[in-house]
Design a protein around this ligand. Structure first.
Ligand code: GLC
Length: 571
């Protein structure tokens, strides 16, 4: 293994959901100047790159994932000058800004689509996926869009249907048309010229369309999940290699593709020397509750800890020699990790620290989603009307259509709504937790104990723990460059692994249950305790071979201790 790490392999990436990060104008939604104002804060978490979910002009049907201009800034976020200032201020702190490229689809308000839909002969007539109706007038195929309902919408002007993998306001671009591809590469290069440090590439597995044929219906609506029909179609990698050549090659950036459904065994075609991207977000460890693959929230099933460990170890194995792994337990589409991975009722601080320990000691680049570092938790609102997230509404409707009661449908929304991740960031003890001086676009948690201000004053808080782990990661080579070996693979309570580089090693051991558990203390024989998630006063009772409820410990060898400088600073 080549142990010389690139800049993006030895730092944390912090994901900002700009609408919910910090509002500097009183509008109730966050903005770019709010991000610039918090760069020093982000640095204390070892942040080397900030991934912004889309900030382009957008009607915001899907909160910016419906883009109306790939080379602009939405006025609600500020101006291009604000963006340039953010990039420059970040650079001063050795932080790169990473943009989200949403190239599978645009907004239906993008000038390209407005022109394309006019008639069948205009110069952009073929920029989207248009098809005639079936002889009976129905949609060309029975595919169900990811947000629910048919993936085809009728257009009066053209007397044809257009395809949308997501909402009707997000028409799919036609990658088979070389002009479309060039226009998209132009947009990406526009941002490289502005000095961005990389890209997260949205929903990329859908860009190559297969034959337009019906599938076997998978529900009472007679439709079939579009993902099952169109994801990772043969030939997709040809487009992606062209994309790489025209945009990524020759730049000191990283790229991470959102690639739901690419199995770990195929990763080498997507990442690394022969692949396209630096990293790939695959969801094998995130979707354990949907064993059939389709993310139907009301069908969620419980899963054992061994399933999570197996998924993580498979991804580690797949990227051990080739490519690199983006470690993540949260993003703007997922529930909060303490709710997702820990039992209901688990102590919030300990649960958050346990997840932090895994996140920051696994092999790969850790992605921290805003608020994860202060232990933000899921919300539970009283009715579906309270939810903003478009997919929550689609999933709710589907649950009712399948015969679930309103209470069951809402319960699934509570667990999986994307709004769980999108409530405003909790900064301080002030009104609306310091997020805005206006009215926040989504409600803010009432308990002010879960804020940056309060947690920064407490050495035992989740935030202080993240900061400590960031320093350890910087000071101990095994935690970045080390190999990964899973320990105790069949244990249903403990996740344990060893990271080794040369004679240096660390061992992470995390209790995922509310019970005291034990393990063979030979695992850490001759090693020294590096960190413990329990409060400082309780750490004296730490005992090799035993873990208290939700306790997370990391041990290191004497060699690691020798090279570890306690002064290691991440600021
Ligand atoms: C990705 C994004 C998600 C968005 C969808 C459509 O999955 O992460 O937020 O709704 O693509 O662009």
């Amino acid at each position: 293994m080549n142990r010389t790490l690139k800049w993006w392999q030895s730092c944390q990436v912090y994901q900002v959901y700009p609408k919910s990060f910090l509002d500097t104008t009183g509008s109730g939604t966050g903005d770019l100047n709010g991000i610039t104002a918090k760069l020093d804060y982000l640095k204390t978490l070892g942040t080397g790159a900030v991934w912004l979910t889309p900030v382009y002009p957008s009607p915001m049907v899907d909160n910016g994932y419906d883009i109306a201009d790939y080379e602009g800034i939405d006025p609600s976020y500020g101006t291009m000058a604000d963006m340039e200032r953010l990039i420059a201020e970040a650079k001063k702190r050795d932080i790169r800004i990473v943009m989200d490229l949403v190239f599978n689809h645009s907004s239906d308000q993008h000038p390209w689509f407005l022109q394309s839909k006019k008639d069948r002969t205009n110069p952009k007539a073929d920029w989207y996926i248009w098809r005639d109706a079936k002889p009976d007038g129905s949609a060309p195929t029975n595919w169900r869009s990811i947000f629910g309902g048919s993936a085809w919408t009728w257009c009066e002007e053209r007397q044809q249907y257009y395809l949308h993998t997501f909402a009707p306001q997000q028409p799919d671009l036609n990658w088979a048309n070389p002009e479309v591809r060039q226009a998209l590469y132009h947009a990406a290069n526009f941002w490289l010229d502005k000095g961005v440090g990389g890209f997260r590439i949205d929903a990329i597995v859908y860009i190559k369309k297969p034959a337009f044929v019906d599938g076997q219906p998978d529900s009472t609506d007679g439709l079939v999940d579009i993902h099952a029909m169109t994801a990772n179609t043969t030939g997709i990698l040809d487009y992606l290699h062209e994309f790489k050549k025209n945009v990524f090659d020759g730049h000191d950036i990283f790229t991470v593709g959102e690639a739901n459904g690419v199995p770990p065994e195929d990763l080498d075609k997507w990442v690394g020397e022969k692949g396209v991207f630096s990293m790939l977000f695959e969801f094998s460890h995130m979707d354990l509750q949907f064993p059939g693959g389709a993310e139907v929230w009301c069908h969620a099933k419980p899963w054992p800890l061994t399933a999570l460990k197996k998924a993580l170890s498979a991804s580690q194995a797949a990227t051990a020699e080739n490519g690199w792994y983006p470690i993540f337990f949260e993003n703007h589409d997922q529930p909060r990790c303490i709710n997702h991975f820990m039992p209901e009722g688990a102590d919030r601080t300990l649960a958050a620290k346990a997840m932090a320990t895994v996140l920051l000691t696994l092999r790969g680049t850790p992605f921290i989603f805003e608020g994860q570092e202060i232990g933000m938790a899921n919300v539970k609102w009283g009715s579906i009307e309270c939810y903003n997230d478009i997919s929550s509404h689609g999933q709710y409707k589907r649950a009712l259509a399948e015969g679930h009661t309103e209470a069951m449908a809402l319960d699934a929304v509570h667990k999986f709504s994307r709004d769980n991740a999108r409530t405003p960031m909790q900064w301080s003890r002030s009104t609306h937790a310091g997020f805005t001086k206006g009215l926040p676009w989504l409600p803010v948690e009432h308990d002010r104990n879960w804020t940056v201000e309060v947690e920064a004053e407490d050495e035992n808080s989740v935030l202080s723990y993240y900061r400590r782990l960031a320093k350890l990661r910087k000071g101990i080579e095994a935690l970045t460059a080390g190999d990964y070996v899973e320990l105790l693979p069949s244990d249903e309570s403990i996740y344990a692994f060893r990271r080794t580089v040369g004679a240096e090693a660390t061992v992470t051991i995390v209790n995922f249950t509310g019970e005291e558990v034990s393990y063979d203390d030979n695992l850490v024989k001759g090693m020294k305790l590096l960190t413990d998630s329990y409060p400082a006063a309780a750490q004296e009772d730490e005992e090799p071979g035993k873990l208290r409820p939700y306790e997370a410990v990391v041990y290191m060898t004497q060699e690691a201790e020798k090279t570890f400088s306690k002064e290691a600073e991440c600021v």
